[in-house]
Design a protein around this ligand. Structure first.
Ligand code: ARG
Length: 484
């Protein structure tokens, strides 16, 4: 299959962040966070004595350490501030795994596996997903950082062959990078990529996720028996892994978080986008739709059936998933609750409105305030580059204050553990974006109506091949392969 392979540019650009681990903490930001945190959690007691300690620590060391309670609440606040996340009503339920003492790659990998077990649910609870974040060591001036290359803990490889793409085109470059490091994929459409960890300038180390840590759902349709023959599947847990968590001026460069899917993320983006699995033409052909003209709305009809298949299959498998109608209503409940608590809910319309049936959901019919409220999650240029290509980090000179603090509302970041779509808008510098990373907004609002020429058409391209129905081979249970 030769899927068109470039993502359309975003409706607007949001700058990626530049960040350097040696940058000292800004006391003003620490104070702002601590005051908010202690005001929200009266059981923590008065904030003044705590501020005095933090001021001294920053003066002596350039940073300070969060208490466990501050860390937990800070992570929850970061989710609450993630303006692209529709699932924030659940922000208080985030389970925080405090892994700050763990800095060695082997240990970090074990923690990531535990994270996935906990997030997936075990035994009778397998499939009852819950929102989890693992927070590893904070950045300390002068100390090397361990980076995770992957943008999500669970993703599928993409291979370009003579007859087109197999797998997820978004990960073609990442797949070649890990292949150069010694990894060999099976060549199927849904090969799990290895985890890559790298400390400082050391060698990257590759780890294979054990089968028990990765729950996948084979897709079938409630009415169309042929759907299962397409061989489509998706992983149960979305686990965003390359955003920096920033709490009170302290940065946690490794803080993967996960939740559960809103069906449209899979059915209307991952499997549907022309630059991803591009399955709309395949589903339309199997449905026997008249594709001779756009006005038959064959794309829309195929899209709905693909999305029904996703939701139905997850529900049938007992894997937690949500639909865009329910989640939109819950989001507005959240906005209202927050208003009653005296807080604004910054939100990015272009990410909150679902990629199908936007106007059928209540989130469409209003606007939102946009602000970069902290704590929050940020995508750094260097992290994006690693997760796209495995290329080394861009070095940014140390600065005394947080430059992104002064940028206008909503820089690149915010994603949520639940149902928000991940990642920032496309990087304005095209050469840093050799592959698409699902950074396009899910809708292109008003400009599309105002000026049809302003939207970038997705090239039609030849029809994609169906994914082969070959079952994904069983991975060896508990196998952890250390290649690096
Ligand atoms: N949209 C991303 C994906 O398809 C996941 C982003 C986070 N989503 C979530 N429901 N927590 O994999």
């Amino acid at each position: 299959m030769t899927a068109p392979h470039t993502a359309p540019p975003g409706y607007r650009d949001a700058p990626l962040t530049d960040w350097h681990p040696d940058r000292p903490v800004d006391f003003a930001e620490a104070e702002e966070f601590l005051r908010a945190c202690y005001a929200e959690l009266p059981k923590l007691g008065p904030v003044e004595p705590r501020l005095a300690v933090v001021r001294e620590q920053i003066a002596a060391l350039g940073t300070y350490t969060h208490t466990h309670a501050e860390l937990v609440h800070g992570a929850r606040m970061a989710w609450r501030n993630a303006s692209r996340c529709i699932g924030r009503v659940y922000w208080r339920s985030l389970t925080v795994l405090d892994r700050r003492q763990h800095r060695v790659p082997d240990q970090i990998f074990d923690d990531l596996v535990s994270h996935l077990h906990m997030a997936t649910g075990e035994g009778h609870n397998r499939g009852k997903l819950r929102a989890v974040i693992s927070i590893f060591g904070q950045a300390v001036p002068g100390r090397p950082v361990t980076r995770l290359w992957n943008d999500q803990l669970i993703r599928y490889a993409g291979y370009r062959g003579d007859d087109g793409m197999t797998g997820d085109p978004q990960y073609e470059q990442f797949t070649s990078a890990v292949t150069k490091l010694g990894w060999t994929g099976k060549g199927s459409a849904f090969d799990l990529l290895p985890i890559v960890l790298q400390t400082g300038d050391g060698e990257p180390r590759l780890y294979e996720l054990p089968e028990s840590a990765v729950l996948e759902v084979p897709l079938a349709h409630p009415e169309f028996g042929w759907f299962a023959e397409l061989g489509l599947r998706w992983h149960a847990v979305p686990a965003i892994a390359n955003l920096r968590l920033s709490i009170g001026g302290v940065d946690y460069p490794l803080a993967p978080f996960s939740g559960w899917y809103m069906g449209t993320e899979i059915g209307a983006r991952n499997l549907a986008d022309a630059h991803r699995y591009n399955q709309i033409p395949v589903v339309a052909a199997r449905l026997g739709l008249d594709t001779s003209s756009e006005s038959t709305l064959w794309r829309d009809r195929a899209l709905v059936e693909l999305n029904r298949a996703v939701l139905w299959s997850f529900e049938r498998a007992g894997v937690r998933v949500t639909d865009h109608h329910s989640e939109s209503r819950l989001f507005l409940t959240h906005v209202e609750r927050e208003r009653r608590a005296g807080r604004d809910t910054p939100a990015d319309w272009t990410w909150i409105v679902p990629p199908i049936s936007g106007g059928l959901t209540p989130v469409f019919h209003r606007y939102y305030t946009e602000a970069d409220q902290r704590p929050n999650f940020y995508l750094d240029r260097s992290a994006q580059q690693l997760s796209l290509t495995g290329l080394p980090q861009v070095t940014v000179p140390a600065q005394r204050t947080s430059p992104e603090r002064r940028t206008p509302a909503d820089p690149a970041a915010a994603v949520c553990p639940i149902t928000g779509r991940s990642g920032p808008m496309p990087d304005p510098v095209p050469e840093l974006l050799p592959a698409d990373q699902d950074f396009s907004p899910d809708v292109d609002p008003s400009p599309a109506y105002a000026d049809p020429e302003a939207t970038v058409p997705i090239p039609a391209g030849p029809a994609p091949a169906p994914i082969t129905a070959e079952p994904v081979p069983a991975r060896k249970r508990g196998l952890r392969r250390l290649l690096g």
